[in-house]
Design a protein around this ligand. Structure first.
Ligand code: F6R
Length: 621
């Protein structure tokens, strides 16, 4: 939530800030703005709405070229997902103090902002916005009056703030410097030749440079043209060494697809294949997670697994539960991170807590993981972001960065990547326990099935046009109900979430057995039922539950394997997938359902990559 960028160097600054903002737009798109030094003052230009609106404003002002506009080569920018205060022009970042001597951009939340605001109001300070961020900049200005340096004013201010923050700060009286500080929100410094950058993620700074330094919690950076100096919170200098980042393909390139979402759905075969090449290059070998530091005795004795996550990552966790219980025979509980905060953590030193988060920044997940870890349980994080707070928390982590940056707000390829890691982890743990002969055979079979998944996913993806033809005729329906059982129940939940967030059509996912316990009452010809029905233990029961729905005149759609004549005869529309075993089926069943959500949303003219009210990383509880 919210993206920060800053630049100091010799280049035209506005194009750099705008490129940085576009690279960070996935973090929020309610408003955007920039602050730059001009002459003896700090100039702030900001606007509600997407970055394209800010670009229009800058063009009209003729501000896109330094030559003409008199800006220096030092500035900061921000793209916002509103938490405190509605997404209007005034609440857009950067925020300034009353005397316009300081400009601040912020990612995170200040929990005690009201308390601090009251104190400042009593001291005569007038506030313009309703944001928590204005409190930060006014507080720094307040302390600056009685400080020997801007560094001292920053230190004094953050000591009074309770919350999470990544800040980039400009001071009018220090026109050749950017200050940055972070606590629990990411901030990365990019080191160049006579130019330096700051941003909320390494992907953004590595567009420009290949040397980066990740700022740690409670560290301050002072960035000038030639130097970056790091301090702790009492102003002592600290040494930090840059690391080289390998430049990845430009994730802002849509590669011919109309939307990032379509590109990302279509990348899933490659993503799974890349992860398997690294960790299970052959079904005859063991899973190569030897870099995990868990000792062998611990792996043998895990008594319970607790998975904590939100949204789509929670659905991946629910699939993981089936695999851990069936493959490794370990009781597994999957909790919504936000709910876990209200529960008593019943964990032992032999319990394994797994936190799953694409962004690695989801506040609920981080808070839940911290609570679980206070019991002394072991922890493993699964994330797509090596810079993130979750990655920092986890000594042991499974990075899915090979999936590449997911730009579209709705998670697709990171979902299948998370599932891949959970299957591999279940096999890895099983291989460290002595499984029964029968379980041993099942594990080997699962490894063979996993190795086939990229090819089967690829075959499924080639059917996109057929799925499109089949689903858009349902685009005018009022509600959708998705049903599945066993390992495909989480896929029903995921399909409903995808449809809701992309198309704004109301949708619910149910365990198919639950339909008759209430939800069946909502069915009528305006409410299609989508059944996930693959051969295996759940097949007959899902079919039975689907027939019950059909007799209530609901339009019937199925996701079923090729050649399933029984399903073909019962359902109005069948989204066929290649034949697959039940345990590996979620990798395939989810794909036509991702397409269903995508094509219906596109047909309805929705903003599929940036649905309303959402952001890619949710840094508030
Ligand atoms: C849905 C979606 C969200 C996220 C959820 C958790 O498409 O993207 O439901 O899955 O906000 O986000 P992460 O995985 O970043 O913790």
């Amino acid at each position: 939530m919210c993206g920060i960028v800053g630049y100091i160097g010799k280049k035209e600054i506005i194009p750099i800030l705008m490129e940085g903002l576009h690279s960070l737009e996935y973090r929020g798109y309610d408003s955007s703005g920039i602050a730059l030094h001009k002459g003896n003052s700090l100039n702030v230009i900001k606007s509600a709405g997407k970055i394209s609106i800010l670009e229009e404003i800058l063009k009209k002002k003729g501000s896109h070229s330094n030559g003409k506009n008199g800006y220096t080569h030092c500035g900061i920018g921000h793209t916002r997902w509103a938490t405190h205060g509605e997404p209007n022009d005034i609440n857009a970042h950067p925020h300034s103090d009353t005397d316009e001597k300081i400009a601040v951009v912020h990612n995170g939340i200040i929990r005690n902002y009201q308390e601090v605001r009251e104190k400042l109001v009593k001291a005569g300070i007038k506030f313009l916005s309703t944001t928590d961020t204005e409190v930060i900049v006014q507080l720094i200005a307040f302390h600056l009056k009685n400080s020997n340096s801007v560094l001292e004013s920053i230190c004094k201010s953050v000591n009074e703030l309770d919350g999470s923050y990544a800040l980039a700060i400009l001071f009018k009286d220090e026109p050749q410097k950017i200050y940055g500080i972070r606590k629990e929100s990411p901030l990365v410094i990019g080191i160049g030749e006579k130019e330096n950058y700051i941003a909320s993620d390494s992907a953004t700074v590595s567009r420009f440079v290949d040397k980066i330094i990740r700022l740690g919690d409670n560290e301050i950076v002072e960035i000038s043209l030639e130097k970056t100096i790091f301090y702790d919170l009492v102003g002592n200098k600290i040494i930090k060494n840059p690391q080289i980042v390998i430049k990845t393909k430009d994730f802002l390139d849509k590669r011919g697809y109309k939307h990032y979402l379509a590109k990302e759905i279509n990348e899933q075969a490659e993503v799974i294949s890349n992860l398997l090449s690294d960790y299970l290059p052959s079904a005859e070998k063991t899973v190569n997670f030897d870099f995990l530091k868990f000792d062998k005795e611990f792996l043998k004795n895990i008594d319970r697994i607790l998975i904590l996550a939100c949204g789509t990552a929670w659905h991946a966790g629910l699939v993981g539960k089936y695999v851990f219980e069936n493959t490794a025979s370990i009781p597994t509980e999957v909790q919504l991170a936000s709910e876990f905060l209200n529960l008593k953590p019943l964990l032992t030193k032999n319990s394994l807590v797994i936190g799953i988060s694409q962004s690695g920044e989801t506040a609920d997940t981080l808070a839940a993981v911290k609570k679980a870890l206070s019991t002394g349980a072991a922890f493993l994080g699964i994330t797509n972001k090596p810079d993130s707070a979750l990655a920092d928390l986890a000594k042991d982590k499974l990075l899915i960065s090979k999936a590449g940056t997911e730009v579209s707000v709705a998670a697709t390829k990171t979902f299948t990547a998370q599932m891949t890691m959970l299957y591999l982890l279940a096999i890895f743990i099983s291989e460290h326990r002595i499984p029964s002969l029968e379980l041993g055979k099942e594990i080997n079979m699962l490894k063979h099935e996993l190795r086939m998944i990229p090819r089967l996913v690829d075959q499924t993806l080639t059917r996109a046009e057929y799925y499109q033809e089949q689903v858009i005729k349902y685009a005018d329906k009022r509600d959708f109900v998705f049903i599945g059982r066993g390992i495909n129940f989480p896929i029903a939940l995921e399909a409903a979430l995808k449809l809701k967030e992309l198309s704004y059509i109301h949708a619910s996912g149910y365990a198919s057995g639950e339909m008759k316990h209430g939800p069946i009452a909502v069915l009528d010809p305006n409410v299609p039922v989508v059944s996930i029905i693959v051969p295996g233990e759940t097949y007959d029961r899902v079919l039975q539950n689907s027939l019950e729905a059909k007799s209530r005149s609901a339009p019937m759609i199925a996701v079923a394997v090729d050649g399933d004549k029984k399903v073909d005869s019962v359902f109005d529309t069948v989204l066929h997938i290649p034949s697959v075993s039940e345990i590996a089926s979620p990798f395939l069943t989810v794909i036509p359902l991702q397409f269903l959500a995508y094509y219906i949303a596109e047909h309805l003219g929705r903003d599929v990559d940036q649905p309303r009210n959402l952001a890619k990383s949710v840094t508030v509880e």
